[in-house]
Design a binder for this molecule. Sequence first.
Ligand SMILES: [Fe+2]
Length: 244
Amino acid sequence: MKIGIFSDIHSNSEAINSVLKNIKEVDKFICLGDIVGYGADPNYCIEKIKDLNCRCIGGNHDFAVVGKVNINYFNYAARTAILWTSNQLKKENFNFLLNLKKKFELEDSVLAVHGSPQNPLLEYILDKDTASLIFNKFDFKIYFVGHSHLAGCFSFNKNTNQIDYINFSNGGCIEINKNKRYIINCGSVGQPRDGNPKASYGIYDQKNEIVNIYRVSYPINLTQDKIFNAGLPRNLAYRLSYGR
Ligand SMILES: [Fe+2]
């Protein structure tokens, strides 16, 4: 089984469509949250996820839009987009976000969560100390996470206790080793922040125990025009050009 992994689409229809055009030979899809927020196409992106029959968890933006996370956790631009999104959503799409879970087990030893297993909505795994706490506190073999918008992988070597980090901002391949455990972020589809403006996604090949991370270009100028036309904070559009 090959599983396409999306996260942090952030209402960017051009990015998700370019990813779907590029992605091949996938049996099913999962989405690690933040379907909405920042961008101008929230209904379209939710409906795309529904059409794909994509198993999905909620992110902090998804839950803030439906009132399940306090918007004071967010900066001005994010808050503005959350309130705008809340007003745009069709009732059925609002209810779709409302009913999302915070995490699920993809298989026995593989957890899917937006932020981290100890704080699914709000914690960022950005350094080896945080990764170490998670490897010690929980015993999954692989964690697929989103939230930071940084494509990369922490690995924990069970024999040496060493933790390593590999940046995958230009894509790459992770061969799952039986002596290691992993926290894998396949990056953000709709608002990358790792310096590469291309949309990011992953494919988990369960049979061959490989995770590939890919980057795909998309028509950023169209996404930016929609953000300007919606009256959303302009910086949400500008930053897409830089992937920051
Ligand atoms: Fe996000």
